[in-house]
Design a protein around this ligand. Structure first.
Ligand SMILES: Nc1cc(-c2ccc3ccn(Cc4ccc(CN5CCCCC5)cc4)c3c2)n[nH]1
Length: 244
C-alpha cells in the first residue's frame, strides 16, 4: 500500500517511522510519503491560509496549494488515483469497519487541515477524479488533522497482512469480532500487591476460560457501552446471554 500525507507540519507525522508502521514501511509493505503543503506555495511567506468568506473567526486553508499538491502527487492523467481521506470534526465516524475498508485500498492520501479547515472546493475538485471521504475520529475538536491521520494510519496498517506479528489477536479484538468489548487480560505474577489472577484462568479448563472471558466481555460492554450491547443483543446473542 502507498500512503501520501499532506501537512503544514510534516514533522508531526515522524511518528509513522516508528514501531509497527515504521517496520511495515521498511519491509516494503507500506510506502509512506509525507509532503509539506508549503512546497506548493509561491509567495515569500509561503501562505496557506486566508480569511473565511462570509466572515467568522479564524482562518481557512486556501485551495490553490492543495490543488497543486494533489496534481503533483496524483496527476490527473496518471495511471491511478488515490482514495483521499480528509479528517474533519464534520466527517463520517472512523470505525474498525472503515479501517478494514481502507486496508484494502492500494493507495491512500490524507489531507491534514489546520486553522478552521480546508476550503470546501478542494474536496469537491478532488472528488471529480478520486474517491474522497471526510472522516471524524471522534466527537471532539482537535487543532488539525495530523493526530487523526496518525490514528487512522495505525488502525489501517495493523490490518495489513504481515504487519502485525500475531494475526490471531486481530480476530479477538473489540469492534471487529463479536461486537463486544474485550475481556480483561492478566499475566504473571499470579499474585501482585494483594491482587490475584482469577482462578479460572489458572485452571487449564479451556471451555471454562472461554465462557468466563465471554461473560466478562458482556459485563464490560453492558457497563461501558450499552449502545454496543443493544446492537449485539439484537443481532447475535440469545436472551440468556444478554441477561448474563
Ligand atoms: N475528529 C476530529 C477531527 C478534527 C479536525 C480535523 C481536521 C482539522 C482541521 C482544522 N481543525 C480544527 C478545527 C476544525 C473545526 C472547527 C470548527 N469550525 C466551526 C466554524 C466553521 C469552521 C469550523 C474548529 C477547529 C481540524 C480538526 N477534530 N476532531
Amino acid at each position: 500500500m502507498r500512503l501520501d500525507v499532506f501537512s503544514i507540519f510534516p514533522e508531526y507525522l515522524a511518528a509513522l517511522d516508528l514501531s509497527l508502521v515504521g517496520k511495515a514501511a521498511k519491509s516494503g509493505l507500506l510506502d509512506v510519503r509525507v509532503h509539506d503543503l508549503r512546497d506548493w506555495t509561491h509567495d515569500r511567506h509561503r501562505t496557506v491560509d486566508d480569511t473565511p468568506s462570509g466572515g467568522g473567526a479564524g482562518m481557512v486553508m486556501k485551495p490553490e496549494p492543495w490543488g497543486e499538491a494533489l496534481d503533483a502527487v496524483a496527476p490527473v492523467d496518471g495511471p491511478a488515483q488515490p482514495r483521499l481521506i480528509v479528517p474533519t470534526p464534520a466527517g463520517r465516524p472512523f470505525s474498525q469497519e472503515l479501517a478494514y475498508e481502507l486496508a484494502a485500498e492500494p493507495w491512500l492520501a490524507f489531507a491534514c487541515g489546520r486553522y478552521e479547515g480546508i476550503d470546501a472546493r478542494v474536496a469537491e475538485y478532488a472528488g471529480e477524479r478520486m474517491r474522497v471521504d471526510e472522516v471524524s475520529i471522534g466527537d471532539y475538536v482537535l487543532n488539525g488533522g495530523e493526530v487523526a491521520v496518525l490514528v487512522m494510519v495505525e488502525a489501517v496498517a495493523r490490518l495489513l497482512p504481515g504487519v502485525i506479528g500475531n494475526p490471531e489477536s486481530l480476530a479477538e479484538e473489540s469492534h471487529s469480532g463479536d461486537g463486544l468489548l474485550e475481556y480483561p487480560v492478566y499475566t504473571k505474577p499470579t499474585s501482585w500487591r494483594g491482587h490475584d489472577v482469577p482462578d479460572v484462568l489458572l485452571s487449564g479448563n479451556h471451555a471454562l476460560i472461554a465462557q468466563w472471558r465471554h461473560d466478562q466481555a458482556v459485563r464490560r460492554t453492558a457497563e461501558r457501552r450499552p449502545d454496543l450491547l443493544a446492537a449485539w443483543g439484537g443481532v447475535v446473542a440469545g436472551k440468556d446471554d444478554a441477561a448474563a
